[in-house]
Design a protein around this ligand. Structure first.
Ligand code: FES
Length: 124
């Protein structure tokens, strides 16, 4: 008798649509020992701004955009940083203007903002 793989219905591939269209993780880590960290560059304030703007634009929620706090993402010297999933797009941002560009281009129109991107590779 052939092996037949039986999967529960909730594991079927067609059920694996992403819960969020874009899931944004922004490092808001604050270090106390003087080493570089994102919070030294107002990461929490900027994250709150992006989260509010996503909500204002009606993009928040399931099948939409989610903006989460993250602990250290190990890119401290480049901070403040965020990573957007799916497709692991890393950005360095320094202002509300940068966030507006990411919001309008990437989160709304699926077009990455090339000049704000940082490499996903470990060697930078
Ligand atoms: S403190 Fe933000 S990446 Fe490490």
């Amino acid at each position: 008798m052939a092996n037949v793989l039986i999967q529960p219905r909730y594991l079927l591939r067609e059920n694996f649509m992403s819960y969020y269209k874009h899931h944004v993780f922004i490092c808001t880590n604050q270090r106390q020992d003087g080493r570089a960290c994102c919070e030294d560059h107002k990461a929490s304030e900027l994250r709150a701004y992006l989260k509010a703007r996503v909500k204002e634009e009606g993009l928040a929620g399931p099948q939409g955009v989610r903006v989460n706090n993250a602990g250290c993402l190990d890119r401290c010297a480049l901070g403040p940083v965020m990573v957007v999933y799916p497709n692991e797009t890393w950005y360095r941002f320094t202002s509300k203007k940068d966030l507006e560009e990411i919001l309008d281009s990437h989160l709304r129109n699926d077009k990455k903002v090339q000049h704000l991107r940082i490499s996903p590779k470990y060697d930078d």
